[in-house]
Design a protein around this ligand. Structure first.
Ligand SMILES: NC(=O)c1ccc[n+]([C@@H]2O[C@H](COP(=O)([O-])OP(=O)(O)OC[C@H]3O[C@@H](n4cnc5c(N)ncnc54)[C@H](O)[C@@H]3O)[C@@H](O)[C@H]2O)c1
Length: 252
């Protein structure tokens, strides 16, 4: 579908299930070699690799907790060693915390920022020198609607962490544009994945009613936006936060 994507290489963090899995499958479907990163669910990562290979694609599973900079270094090294390059980084791994500001312990706050923010920083820090050298790269951060307007159902540190990711996107886009590197974010809302399992039927129906297109989102809705941003057809787009939310939030 998109020119020149076949043969490129991508790392998608947290891609053994949920949105990350869909992104990996959609990119692999375009002939991109994909690294399926996971921190705990090895069986699921191996299953994603098998699905991709059965469909004629190329994928490898690589274990790394993105909140650990040493493991991130190994993740990038493995990609370079196994696939011989790296063109696309999708910072998708994330955790969804709950609780009020009074409930957040130091450890929990640290964990949320370590995974949702530091993880993306660590991955970007490793891949930017590679992308600068080759004068080509696409970085796509999976932010959230909560990073734009806040949220009253999740813990306040979730939206704050995603807001940090959105501003990281804009700063890197400004600094890396001259090197042929595009940096964008996708901000989803109401995508049905394991992360949203806590939504009961009533919450799902109420949410649908609040969305102009009157349905909940799918991981494939997010993956389609990522694929476009990873393509050279989107090379004049950088520093943008692309909403994938059925029209729930506009003009942010
Ligand atoms: N589902 C939604 O409606 C929604 C809305 C806005 C933003 N998002 C964001 O989209 C991304 C994917 O969310 P999802 O709904 O698929 O969630 P999910 O919980 O289904 O998947 C999260 C993924 O991140 C991985 N992960 C978690 N901690 C990790 C770590 N330390 N190292 C490596 N991988 C780790 C998990 O293993 C999993 O593969 C997240 O960043 C999330 O914040 C989701």
């Amino acid at each position: 579908m998109f020119k020149k994507l076949s043969g490129k290489t991508a790392i998608i963090t947290g891609s053994s299930y949920g949105i990350g899995k869909s992104i990996a499958k959609v990119l692999a479907g375009e002939g991109i070699k994909v690294v399926i990163n996971y921190s705990k669910s090895e069986d699921k990562a191996v299953q994603v690799v098998a699905e991709i290979e059965n469909e004629g694609g190329k994928a490898i599973p690589v274990k790394a907790d993105v909140s650990d900079s040493i493991e991130v270094g190994k993740l990038i090294d493995t990609c370079l060693k196994e696939f011989g390059g790296l063109d696309i980084l999708v910072n998708n791994a994330g955790i969804l915390p709950f609780g009020s500001i009074e409930d957040i312990t130091d450890e929990y706050l640290d964990r949320v920022f370590r995974v949702n923010v530091y993880g993306a920083f660590y991955c970007c820090r490793e891949v930017v020198p590679i992308m600068k050298k080759q004068k080509y790269g696409k970085i796509i951060n999976i932010s959230s609607i909560s990073g734009q307007r806040g949220d009253n159902t999740t813990a306040p540190c979730y939206g704050s962490s995603k807001g940090a990711l959105s501003v990281l996107t804009k700063s890197l886009a400004r600094q890396l544009g001259p090197y042929g590197i595009n940096v964008n974010a996708v901000a989803p809302h109401a995508i049905i994945t394991p992360m949203m399992e806590y939504w009961d039927e009533e919450k799902r129906n109420k949410t649908k009613e609040s969305i102009p297109v009157r349905r909940l989102g799918t991981p494939e809705d997010v993956a389609a936006a990522v694929l476009f941003l990873a393509s050279d057809e989107a090379s004049f787009i950088t520093g943008q936060i692309i909403n994938v939310n059925g029209g729930f939030l506009m003009d942010s």
